[in-house]
Design a protein around this ligand. Structure first.
Ligand SMILES: Cc1ncc(COP(=O)(O)O)c(C=O)c1O
Length: 445
Protein backbone atom coordinates (compact mmCIF):
# COMPACT_ATOMS: atom_id res chain seq x y z
CA UNK A 1 0.00 0.00 0.00
CA UNK A 2 1.05 3.60 -0.66
CA UNK A 3 2.87 4.99 2.40
CA UNK A 4 0.41 7.87 2.65
CA UNK A 5 -2.55 5.47 2.78
CA UNK A 6 -0.71 3.33 5.31
CA UNK A 7 -0.35 6.36 7.55
CA UNK A 8 -4.04 7.16 7.23
CA UNK A 9 -4.93 3.58 8.17
CA UNK A 10 -2.54 3.64 11.13
CA UNK A 11 -4.15 6.88 12.27
CA UNK A 12 -7.68 5.46 12.16
CA UNK A 13 -6.67 2.28 13.97
CA UNK A 14 -4.74 4.16 16.67
CA UNK A 15 -7.71 6.47 17.22
CA UNK A 16 -10.09 3.54 17.65
CA UNK A 17 -7.66 1.72 19.95
CA UNK A 18 -7.11 4.84 22.03
CA UNK A 19 -10.82 5.14 22.77
CA UNK A 20 -10.97 1.56 23.99
CA UNK A 21 -7.68 1.70 25.91
CA UNK A 22 -8.11 4.92 27.86
CA UNK A 23 -11.89 4.93 28.22
CA UNK A 24 -12.60 1.24 28.86
CA UNK A 25 -9.43 -0.49 30.00
CA UNK A 26 -7.62 2.03 32.18
CA UNK A 27 -8.37 3.75 35.45
CA UNK A 28 -7.66 7.45 35.04
CA UNK A 29 -6.16 9.35 37.95
CA UNK A 30 -4.71 12.30 36.03
CA UNK A 31 -5.83 15.29 38.06
CA UNK A 32 -6.11 17.65 35.08
CA UNK A 33 -8.51 15.55 33.02
CA UNK A 34 -12.28 15.53 33.20
CA UNK A 35 -14.93 12.96 32.41
CA UNK A 36 -17.87 14.05 30.29
CA UNK A 37 -21.37 12.72 30.84
CA UNK A 38 -23.31 11.01 28.04
CA UNK A 39 -25.41 14.21 27.67
CA UNK A 40 -22.32 16.41 27.23
CA UNK A 41 -20.90 13.97 24.68
CA UNK A 42 -24.21 13.83 22.85
CA UNK A 43 -24.38 17.62 22.71
CA UNK A 44 -20.91 17.67 21.15
CA UNK A 45 -22.06 15.23 18.46
CA UNK A 46 -25.18 17.31 17.82
CA UNK A 47 -23.26 20.49 17.04
CA UNK A 48 -21.12 19.46 14.10
CA UNK A 49 -22.34 22.33 11.92
CA UNK A 50 -21.46 24.84 14.62
CA UNK A 51 -18.04 23.26 14.73
CA UNK A 52 -17.44 24.54 11.19
CA UNK A 53 -18.50 28.17 11.77
CA UNK A 54 -16.92 31.48 12.61
CA UNK A 55 -18.13 34.27 14.90
CA UNK A 56 -15.36 36.85 15.13
CA UNK A 57 -16.11 40.14 16.79
CA UNK A 58 -16.65 42.22 19.91
CA UNK A 59 -18.69 41.58 23.05
CA UNK A 60 -20.37 44.08 25.37
CA UNK A 61 -19.83 44.58 29.09
CA UNK A 62 -22.40 41.90 29.95
CA UNK A 63 -20.22 39.48 28.03
CA UNK A 64 -22.86 39.29 25.30
CA UNK A 65 -22.30 39.39 21.56
CA UNK A 66 -22.09 43.03 20.38
CA UNK A 67 -20.76 42.95 16.86
CA UNK A 68 -19.90 40.10 14.51
CA UNK A 69 -18.13 40.24 11.18
CA UNK A 70 -19.79 37.20 9.55
CA UNK A 71 -23.36 36.60 8.45
CA UNK A 72 -25.44 33.59 9.54
CA UNK A 73 -25.18 34.37 13.26
CA UNK A 74 -28.88 34.16 14.19
CA UNK A 75 -28.55 31.15 16.50
CA UNK A 76 -24.82 31.36 17.17
CA UNK A 77 -25.42 34.63 19.02
CA UNK A 78 -28.17 33.06 21.14
CA UNK A 79 -25.94 30.07 21.92
CA UNK A 80 -22.95 32.18 22.96
CA UNK A 81 -25.07 34.52 25.08
CA UNK A 82 -26.85 31.61 26.82
CA UNK A 83 -23.58 29.87 27.71
CA UNK A 84 -22.11 33.15 28.96
CA UNK A 85 -25.14 33.75 31.16
CA UNK A 86 -25.20 30.17 32.47
CA UNK A 87 -21.57 30.55 33.55
CA UNK A 88 -22.25 33.98 35.11
CA UNK A 89 -25.17 32.61 37.09
CA UNK A 90 -23.38 29.42 38.14
CA UNK A 91 -20.40 31.35 39.48
CA UNK A 92 -22.41 34.36 40.72
CA UNK A 93 -20.59 37.07 38.78
CA UNK A 94 -21.67 39.73 36.32
CA UNK A 95 -19.22 39.19 33.49
CA UNK A 96 -17.94 36.13 31.64
CA UNK A 97 -16.26 35.31 28.37
CA UNK A 98 -16.49 31.81 26.90
CA UNK A 99 -14.59 32.46 23.68
CA UNK A 100 -11.32 31.14 25.08
CA UNK A 101 -10.25 27.84 23.57
CA UNK A 102 -8.24 26.67 26.61
CA UNK A 103 -7.14 27.56 30.13
CA UNK A 104 -3.82 28.78 28.78
CA UNK A 105 -5.69 31.05 26.37
CA UNK A 106 -7.76 32.38 29.28
CA UNK A 107 -4.53 33.20 31.12
CA UNK A 108 -3.02 34.78 28.03
CA UNK A 109 -5.93 37.17 27.51
CA UNK A 110 -6.29 37.97 31.22
CA UNK A 111 -2.59 38.60 31.89
CA UNK A 112 -2.23 40.63 28.68
CA UNK A 113 -5.38 42.66 29.35
CA UNK A 114 -4.46 43.42 32.94
CA UNK A 115 -0.88 44.34 32.13
CA UNK A 116 -2.28 46.81 29.58
CA UNK A 117 -4.81 48.14 32.10
CA UNK A 118 -2.23 48.63 34.85
CA UNK A 119 0.69 49.57 32.55
CA UNK A 120 2.67 47.29 34.84
CA UNK A 121 4.48 44.16 33.68
CA UNK A 122 5.18 42.65 37.09
CA UNK A 123 3.20 39.64 38.32
CA UNK A 124 3.50 37.84 41.65
CA UNK A 125 3.04 34.10 41.10
CA UNK A 126 3.47 30.79 42.90
CA UNK A 127 6.78 29.14 41.96
CA UNK A 128 6.42 26.42 39.34
CA UNK A 129 7.66 23.68 41.70
CA UNK A 130 5.05 24.76 44.28
CA UNK A 131 2.16 24.24 41.93
CA UNK A 132 1.90 27.09 39.43
CA UNK A 133 1.01 26.26 35.84
CA UNK A 134 3.67 26.85 33.20
CA UNK A 135 1.49 29.63 31.72
CA UNK A 136 2.05 31.67 34.95
CA UNK A 137 5.79 31.32 34.75
CA UNK A 138 8.63 33.34 33.25
CA UNK A 139 9.76 30.18 31.39
CA UNK A 140 6.31 29.83 29.78
CA UNK A 141 3.51 32.05 28.48
CA UNK A 142 3.86 34.82 31.09
CA UNK A 143 7.55 35.43 30.56
CA UNK A 144 8.40 34.17 27.11
CA UNK A 145 5.25 35.26 25.24
CA UNK A 146 3.92 38.22 27.24
CA UNK A 147 7.22 39.53 28.60
CA UNK A 148 5.92 39.69 32.16
CA UNK A 149 8.37 39.73 35.04
CA UNK A 150 7.65 37.06 37.66
CA UNK A 151 8.13 37.64 41.34
CA UNK A 152 7.53 34.52 43.46
CA UNK A 153 5.02 34.24 46.28
CA UNK A 154 6.62 32.89 49.47
CA UNK A 155 5.66 29.25 49.87
CA UNK A 156 5.40 27.27 53.09
CA UNK A 157 6.24 23.62 52.41
CA UNK A 158 4.86 22.42 55.77
CA UNK A 159 1.50 24.02 55.01
CA UNK A 160 1.69 23.18 51.27
CA UNK A 161 0.44 26.70 50.69
CA UNK A 162 1.42 30.30 49.97
CA UNK A 163 2.72 32.01 53.12
CA UNK A 164 0.39 35.05 53.42
CA UNK A 165 2.58 37.16 55.71
CA UNK A 166 5.76 36.73 53.74
CA UNK A 167 3.91 37.15 50.44
CA UNK A 168 2.38 40.39 51.73
CA UNK A 169 5.90 41.81 52.19
CA UNK A 170 6.92 40.58 48.73
CA UNK A 171 3.86 42.23 47.13
CA UNK A 172 4.43 45.52 48.98
CA UNK A 173 8.05 45.61 47.83
CA UNK A 174 7.42 44.51 44.22
CA UNK A 175 4.22 46.53 43.53
CA UNK A 176 2.98 44.18 40.77
CA UNK A 177 0.02 44.83 38.47
CA UNK A 178 -1.21 41.24 38.87
CA UNK A 179 -1.17 38.73 41.73
CA UNK A 180 -2.06 35.17 40.76
CA UNK A 181 -3.41 32.34 42.85
CA UNK A 182 -4.43 28.82 41.94
CA UNK A 183 -2.41 26.17 40.21
CA UNK A 184 -1.84 22.67 38.97
CA UNK A 185 -0.61 21.10 42.18
CA UNK A 186 -3.37 22.54 44.33
CA UNK A 187 -4.25 20.83 47.60
CA UNK A 188 -5.46 23.63 49.88
CA UNK A 189 -7.33 26.90 49.29
CA UNK A 190 -4.96 29.80 48.64
CA UNK A 191 -4.90 32.86 50.96
CA UNK A 192 -6.79 35.21 48.65
CA UNK A 193 -8.77 36.76 51.51
CA UNK A 194 -5.61 37.43 53.49
CA UNK A 195 -3.92 39.23 50.59
CA UNK A 196 -6.87 41.21 49.17
CA UNK A 197 -6.11 44.38 51.09
CA UNK A 198 -2.42 44.15 50.15
CA UNK A 199 -3.43 43.95 46.48
CA UNK A 200 -5.51 47.10 47.01
CA UNK A 201 -2.58 48.91 48.64
CA UNK A 202 -0.41 48.40 45.55
CA UNK A 203 -3.19 48.63 42.95
CA UNK A 204 -2.88 45.03 41.73
CA UNK A 205 -5.60 42.83 40.27
CA UNK A 206 -6.06 39.36 41.72
CA UNK A 207 -6.34 36.56 39.16
CA UNK A 208 -7.38 33.15 40.44
CA UNK A 209 -6.57 30.29 38.09
CA UNK A 210 -9.30 27.75 38.85
CA UNK A 211 -8.49 25.36 36.00
CA UNK A 212 -8.19 22.43 38.41
CA UNK A 213 -10.89 23.28 40.90
CA UNK A 214 -13.66 24.97 38.86
CA UNK A 215 -16.03 22.01 39.32
CA UNK A 216 -15.37 21.97 43.07
CA UNK A 217 -16.10 25.70 43.26
CA UNK A 218 -19.34 25.16 41.31
CA UNK A 219 -20.24 22.47 43.85
CA UNK A 220 -19.61 24.79 46.80
CA UNK A 221 -16.42 23.08 47.96
CA UNK A 222 -12.85 24.33 48.20
CA UNK A 223 -13.03 28.16 48.27
CA UNK A 224 -15.19 30.75 46.58
CA UNK A 225 -12.54 32.94 44.93
CA UNK A 226 -14.91 35.88 44.35
CA UNK A 227 -16.13 35.87 47.96
CA UNK A 228 -12.48 35.79 49.03
CA UNK A 229 -11.66 38.83 46.88
CA UNK A 230 -10.45 37.66 43.46
CA UNK A 231 -11.08 40.08 40.60
CA UNK A 232 -10.95 37.48 37.85
CA UNK A 233 -11.16 33.72 37.58
CA UNK A 234 -9.48 32.01 34.65
CA UNK A 235 -10.08 28.37 33.90
CA UNK A 236 -10.23 25.40 31.61
CA UNK A 237 -13.68 23.87 31.18
CA UNK A 238 -12.58 20.23 31.21
CA UNK A 239 -11.02 19.18 34.50
CA UNK A 240 -13.20 19.01 37.64
CA UNK A 241 -15.65 21.08 35.58
CA UNK A 242 -16.64 18.25 33.24
CA UNK A 243 -17.22 19.99 29.94
CA UNK A 244 -15.48 19.84 26.58
CA UNK A 245 -11.92 21.14 26.25
CA UNK A 246 -12.03 24.92 26.32
CA UNK A 247 -11.51 27.98 28.50
CA UNK A 248 -13.41 30.70 30.33
CA UNK A 249 -12.76 33.98 32.13
CA UNK A 250 -15.14 35.18 34.86
CA UNK A 251 -15.23 38.53 36.63
CA UNK A 252 -17.21 41.32 38.22
CA UNK A 253 -17.55 44.83 36.89
CA UNK A 254 -17.87 46.90 40.07
CA UNK A 255 -16.50 50.30 39.12
CA UNK A 256 -14.60 52.19 36.42
CA UNK A 257 -11.39 50.37 37.23
CA UNK A 258 -12.82 46.88 36.77
CA UNK A 259 -14.73 48.05 33.68
CA UNK A 260 -11.47 49.23 32.16
CA UNK A 261 -9.86 45.90 33.03
CA UNK A 262 -12.67 43.96 31.33
CA UNK A 263 -12.39 46.13 28.21
CA UNK A 264 -8.66 45.44 28.00
CA UNK A 265 -9.19 41.69 28.51
CA UNK A 266 -11.84 41.71 25.78
CA UNK A 267 -9.36 43.47 23.50
CA UNK A 268 -6.78 40.80 24.35
CA UNK A 269 -9.35 38.14 23.34
CA UNK A 270 -10.40 39.84 20.11
CA UNK A 271 -8.60 40.98 18.02
CA UNK A 272 -5.36 40.09 19.80
CA UNK A 273 -5.66 36.34 20.30
CA UNK A 274 -8.68 34.79 18.58
CA UNK A 275 -10.09 34.34 15.18
CA UNK A 276 -12.06 31.10 15.39
CA UNK A 277 -13.39 30.55 18.91
CA UNK A 278 -14.21 26.83 18.41
CA UNK A 279 -17.96 27.28 18.60
CA UNK A 280 -18.87 23.58 18.48
CA UNK A 281 -17.93 23.11 22.14
CA UNK A 282 -20.19 25.88 23.48
CA UNK A 283 -23.54 24.05 23.84
CA UNK A 284 -21.71 21.22 25.64
CA UNK A 285 -20.14 23.76 28.05
CA UNK A 286 -23.68 24.91 28.82
CA UNK A 287 -24.85 21.34 29.51
CA UNK A 288 -21.87 20.81 31.82
CA UNK A 289 -22.84 24.03 33.66
CA UNK A 290 -26.38 22.69 34.03
CA UNK A 291 -25.02 19.41 35.41
CA UNK A 292 -22.87 21.32 37.89
CA UNK A 293 -25.91 23.27 39.05
CA UNK A 294 -27.96 20.08 39.51
CA UNK A 295 -25.38 17.49 40.62
CA UNK A 296 -22.27 19.59 41.33
CA UNK A 297 -22.63 19.69 45.13
CA UNK A 298 -22.83 15.91 45.50
CA UNK A 299 -20.08 15.34 42.95
CA UNK A 300 -17.70 17.85 44.55
CA UNK A 301 -18.33 16.49 48.07
CA UNK A 302 -17.69 12.88 47.07
CA UNK A 303 -14.64 13.83 45.00
CA UNK A 304 -12.98 15.54 47.97
CA UNK A 305 -14.00 12.68 50.31
CA UNK A 306 -12.42 10.17 47.93
CA UNK A 307 -9.21 12.20 47.64
CA UNK A 308 -8.96 12.49 51.44
CA UNK A 309 -9.68 8.77 51.89
CA UNK A 310 -6.92 7.88 49.43
CA UNK A 311 -4.47 10.22 51.18
CA UNK A 312 -5.21 8.66 54.55
CA UNK A 313 -5.07 5.06 53.28
CA UNK A 314 -1.85 5.43 51.29
CA UNK A 315 -0.28 7.22 54.26
CA UNK A 316 -1.34 4.48 56.69
CA UNK A 317 0.20 1.99 54.30
CA UNK A 318 3.59 3.58 54.29
CA UNK A 319 3.55 6.18 51.52
CA UNK A 320 4.77 9.72 52.07
CA UNK A 321 1.58 11.60 51.25
CA UNK A 322 2.08 15.36 51.51
CA UNK A 323 -0.08 17.62 53.67
CA UNK A 324 -0.56 15.01 56.41
CA UNK A 325 -1.04 17.53 59.22
CA UNK A 326 -3.89 19.13 57.27
CA UNK A 327 -5.78 16.01 56.22
CA UNK A 328 -3.81 15.57 52.97
CA UNK A 329 -6.06 17.67 50.74
CA UNK A 330 -9.16 19.83 50.42
CA UNK A 331 -9.31 19.35 46.65
CA UNK A 332 -9.66 16.50 44.14
CA UNK A 333 -5.96 15.65 44.20
CA UNK A 334 -3.20 14.41 46.47
CA UNK A 335 0.58 14.51 46.10
CA UNK A 336 2.88 11.66 47.11
CA UNK A 337 6.66 11.69 47.47
CA UNK A 338 7.81 8.40 45.94
CA UNK A 339 11.59 8.89 45.98
CA UNK A 340 12.12 5.71 47.99
CA UNK A 341 10.36 3.73 45.25
CA UNK A 342 12.46 5.15 42.39
CA UNK A 343 10.91 8.60 41.86
CA UNK A 344 7.80 9.97 40.14
CA UNK A 345 8.77 9.02 36.60
CA UNK A 346 9.58 5.41 37.49
CA UNK A 347 6.45 4.93 39.60
CA UNK A 348 4.12 6.53 37.03
CA UNK A 349 5.50 4.23 34.34
CA UNK A 350 5.07 1.11 36.50
CA UNK A 351 1.47 2.07 37.25
CA UNK A 352 0.88 2.71 33.57
CA UNK A 353 1.90 -0.92 32.91
CA UNK A 354 -0.89 -1.87 35.30
CA UNK A 355 -3.31 0.42 33.38
CA UNK A 356 -3.45 2.94 36.22
CA UNK A 357 -2.79 6.29 34.60
CA UNK A 358 -1.42 9.26 36.57
CA UNK A 359 1.43 11.70 36.22
CA UNK A 360 4.83 12.38 37.71
CA UNK A 361 4.97 15.75 39.46
CA UNK A 362 7.63 18.08 40.81
CA UNK A 363 7.17 18.76 44.50
CA UNK A 364 7.93 22.06 46.23
CA UNK A 365 11.40 20.98 47.35
CA UNK A 366 12.42 19.65 43.90
CA UNK A 367 14.66 21.32 41.40
CA UNK A 368 12.03 22.56 38.96
CA UNK A 369 14.19 21.61 35.99
CA UNK A 370 13.92 17.93 36.98
CA UNK A 371 10.96 17.03 34.79
CA UNK A 372 12.12 13.48 33.95
CA UNK A 373 12.04 11.85 37.34
CA UNK A 374 10.85 14.30 40.00
CA UNK A 375 10.12 13.21 43.57
CA UNK A 376 6.39 13.01 43.29
CA UNK A 377 3.24 11.71 41.71
CA UNK A 378 -0.04 13.62 41.63
CA UNK A 379 -3.27 11.63 41.91
CA UNK A 380 -6.68 13.04 40.97
CA UNK A 381 -10.05 11.53 41.90
CA UNK A 382 -12.57 13.45 39.80
CA UNK A 383 -12.79 10.78 37.08
CA UNK A 384 -13.23 7.73 39.33
CA UNK A 385 -15.71 9.65 41.49
CA UNK A 386 -17.85 10.38 38.47
CA UNK A 387 -17.76 6.69 37.67
CA UNK A 388 -19.23 5.97 41.08
CA UNK A 389 -16.23 5.11 43.26
CA UNK A 390 -16.78 5.65 46.96
CA UNK A 391 -14.29 5.44 49.83
CA UNK A 392 -14.22 1.60 50.00
CA UNK A 393 -13.65 1.31 46.24
CA UNK A 394 -10.89 3.89 46.52
CA UNK A 395 -9.17 1.78 49.19
CA UNK A 396 -9.27 -1.28 46.93
CA UNK A 397 -7.78 0.78 44.10
CA UNK A 398 -5.11 2.04 46.52
CA UNK A 399 -4.28 -1.58 47.42
CA UNK A 400 -3.65 -2.34 43.75
CA UNK A 401 -1.46 0.76 43.48
CA UNK A 402 0.47 -0.12 46.63
CA UNK A 403 1.22 -3.61 45.30
CA UNK A 404 2.74 -2.10 42.16
CA UNK A 405 4.54 0.81 43.85
CA UNK A 406 6.11 -1.41 46.50
CA UNK A 407 7.07 -4.04 43.90
CA UNK A 408 5.02 -6.77 45.60
CA UNK A 409 3.34 -7.80 42.36
CA UNK A 410 4.20 -7.37 38.72
CA UNK A 411 2.24 -4.56 37.04
CA UNK A 412 1.17 -6.94 34.27
CA UNK A 413 -0.45 -9.20 36.89
CA UNK A 414 -2.31 -6.33 38.51
CA UNK A 415 -3.52 -5.07 35.13
CA UNK A 416 -6.24 -7.74 34.85
CA UNK A 417 -7.72 -6.68 38.19
CA UNK A 418 -7.63 -3.04 37.11
CA UNK A 419 -9.55 -3.87 33.93
CA UNK A 420 -12.09 -5.84 35.97
CA UNK A 421 -12.47 -2.97 38.44
CA UNK A 422 -12.94 -0.51 35.59
CA UNK A 423 -15.71 -2.74 34.17
CA UNK A 424 -17.62 -2.62 37.45
CA UNK A 425 -17.93 1.16 37.12
CA UNK A 426 -19.26 1.64 33.65
CA UNK A 427 -22.00 4.16 34.35
CA UNK A 428 -21.21 7.87 34.60
CA UNK A 429 -22.95 9.44 37.62
CA UNK A 430 -23.73 13.02 38.63
CA UNK A 431 -24.88 13.96 35.12
CA UNK A 432 -27.60 13.43 32.54
CA UNK A 433 -27.71 10.24 30.49
CA UNK A 434 -28.92 12.07 27.40
CA UNK A 435 -29.92 15.50 26.15
CA UNK A 436 -33.52 14.25 26.25
CA UNK A 437 -33.18 13.48 29.95
CA UNK A 438 -31.78 16.99 30.51
CA UNK A 439 -34.74 18.52 28.64
CA UNK A 440 -37.22 16.46 30.66
CA UNK A 441 -35.53 17.59 33.88
CA UNK A 442 -35.70 21.24 32.77
CA UNK A 443 -39.38 20.98 31.86
CA UNK A 444 -40.20 19.57 35.28
CA UNK A 445 -38.04 22.10 37.17
C1 LIG B 1 -3.66 25.71 36.85
C2 LIG B 1 -3.75 25.51 35.39
N1 LIG B 1 -3.97 26.57 34.61
C3 LIG B 1 -4.06 26.46 33.28
C4 LIG B 1 -3.92 25.25 32.67
C5 LIG B 1 -3.97 25.17 31.20
O1 LIG B 1 -5.18 24.76 30.77
P1 LIG B 1 -5.35 24.23 29.28
O2 LIG B 1 -4.69 22.90 29.27
O3 LIG B 1 -6.82 24.20 29.11
O4 LIG B 1 -4.65 25.19 28.37
C6 LIG B 1 -3.70 24.11 33.44
C7 LIG B 1 -3.59 22.78 32.78
O5 LIG B 1 -3.54 21.74 33.35
C8 LIG B 1 -3.59 24.24 34.83
O6 LIG B 1 -3.33 23.19 35.61
Amino acid sequence: MDEFFNLALELIEASERHERYRDLECINLIASEGLKSPAVKEMLRLTMDLESRYAEGENDLNGHVKKRYYQGQRYITVIENCVTDLMKKLFKCNWADVRLVSGTHANLATFKGLSLATKNNKMVVTPLSCGAHISHDYTGLAGMVLGLVNIDHAYDIEEMNIDPDKSASIIRAAKPGIITFGGSLFLFPHPVKELRSVADEVGAYIVYDAAHVLGLIAGGMFQDPFADGADFITSSTHKTFPGPQGGVILGNIKDERTEEAVKKIQYAIFPLSTSNTHLGRLPAVGIAALEMRVFGGDLARQTVKNAKAAGQYLYENGLKVLGESKGFTESHQIAVDVREFGGGGVVAEKLEEANIILNRNILPYDDQRNRENPSGIRIGFQDVTRRGFREEDIKYLCDLMLQVIKGKRKPSEVREEVIELRKEFSEIRYGFKSVKEAIEYLKRA
